[in-house]
Ligand binder design. Structure first.
Ligand code: HEC
Ligand code: HEC
Length: 365
């Protein structure tokens, strides 16, 4: 079993180090977590009930979405950002919107191994889910290799990238200016701006919309809130393994199941990831720790889409990784039994929520 005390301290430090920006409540998304967990509820496992209560507290959902003070929340920005996000006319070919690759039907990924870009060309990496990214604002590291500092900074990238939407920004702004129904959307979203249709407004509104993309309450959250019947006893054992012998929580920590950091987990891919920007030995082959919310809905897995199923992901961590200098010290042979693998898998399936279906916008004429 893990050294729980040092582990809890380490996780708590990580949580404390997150600055909270101006908070706006999006009422429909969070339920207040008021339930006090009663020790008598807790089923027998390796941890005693007090340890389990502390561990569960680390996974409580936050009550607010953090919005940065330099781009505060407004419903008007969300509406504009959503419209742009789903508009394929933002691409040179007129066929690719952000949602082509970040599709709500695939939990905001594209359900493919590697992404497919402009002219049906394969991209070098998998299209990641964009769920729950508002909370990455403090780590200032977006993309698989962390090369973008904010969602605002990120949004204009794929529009202009020749391999993705291949659109010239001036041409896009001209298109938006001449599409008359876009005008009131920009004016409402940026009421203090005499000339609101411009690149920075596109970036700000898309980023604001993206911050509202949050996974809903999953069976796991109901268990955390005190409903003992919400998940199976196999999943409860899996949760202890996740935090103990299987060591997943060393990196996939907190309610999003991510430490927002970068690690080499020993995949065979030649892509050096974060190493291209941070040239230290441990960052070679390191990629962003993906949050695991709704993980069951977005196979195949990893930056190169190389692992097909969650059971195979578990086999990878158990013994399938390759040894090299940059391999994270948290990755070691696990020797999980078949039953333990099954329990871990049951747990992973409890962190998928049924999210409210997304209504597609009618595009401005
Ligand atoms: C052709 C497919 C494609 C399109 C279109 C596309 N993306 Fe992406 N997106 C990707 C891929 C692939 C990555 C990962 C690239 C990398 O890390 O090198 C990515 C990464 C991201 C990330 C970083 C996620 C994270 O976890 O840090 C965000 C945010 C994002 N895209 C938003 C958008 C927005 C907004 C648009 C539209 C303006 C868009 N994308 C258009 C494929 C696409
Ligand atoms: C050393 C840190 C670390 C540990 C320990 C770790 N992971 Fe990961 N995990 C990562 C990183 C980093 C990625 C992204 C790797 C990549 O794509 O190159 C990842 C990716 C994943 C993915 C794929 C996500 C996606 O959307 O493609 C799953 C699933 C996953 N991990 C589950 C687990 C489980 C289960 C455990 C425990 C058995 C575990 N991880 C242990 C860091 C870690």
């Amino acid at each position: 079993m893990l050294n729980l005390k040092s582990y809890l301290t380490c996780l708590q430090n990580r949580i404390n180090s997150m600055k909270i920006y101006k908070k706006i409540l999006i009422g429909l998304i969070y339920l207040p977590i008021s339930t006090i967990l009663s020790a008598s509820y807790i089923s027998a496992g390796e941890l005693n009930s007090e340890e389990l209560v502390k561990l569960k507290a680390l996974y409580e959902r936050p009550k607010y979405i953090p919005f940065p003070k330099e781009n505060p929340f407004s419903l008007e920005k969300v509406e504009l950002g959503k419209t742009l996000f789903f508009d394929p006319r933002m691409s040179d070919s007129g066929t690719q919107s952000c949602a082509t690759c970040h599709n709500p039907s695939f939990s905001w990924g594209d359900g493919m191994g590697l992404g497919t870009g402009n002219g049906h060309n394969k991209l070098g990496r998998k299209s990641p889910s964009i769920l729950n990214l508002a909370w990455d604002h403090d780590s200032e590291a977006y993309m698989w290799d962390g090369r973008k500092e904010s969602l605002e900074d990120q949004a204009l990238g794929p529009i202009q990238a020749d391999v993705e939407m291949n659109m010239n920004i001036d041409r896009l702004v001209a298109f938006l200016k001449t599409t008359k129904d876009y005008k009131p959307l920009f004016e409402d979203a940026f009421p203090d701006d005499a000339n609101p249709i411009k690149a920075s407004s596109i970036a700000k509104s898309i980023a604001t919309y993206e911050r509202t993309i949050v996974s809903n309450i999953a069976p796991f959250d109901k268990w955390i809130m005190g409903d003992e019947l919400a998940i199976s006893s196999s999943a409860k054992k899996g949760f202890e393994l996740y935090n103990g012998k299987a060591n997943c929580a060393a990196c996939h920590s907190g309610w999003r199941f991510s430490d927002a950091s970068f690690h080499d987990i020993g995949l065979k891919s030649e892509d050096i990831g974060r190493g291209a920007f941070v040239p230290v030995a441990s960052m070679k082959f390191a990629f962003k720790t993906v949050g695991l919310r709704n993980i069951d809905l977005r196979a195949p897995y990893m930056h190169d889409g190389s692992i097909e199923t969650l059971a195979e992901v578990i086999d990878h961590y158990d013994s399938g990784f390759i040894q090299r200098e940059s391999l994270s010290s948290e990755i070691k042979k696990l020797n999980l039994t078949q039953n333990e693998k099954r329990d871990l898998l049951s747990f992973l399936k409890t962190i998928t929520s049924k999210d409210t279906p997304v209504r597609l916008p009618v595009l401005p004429k």
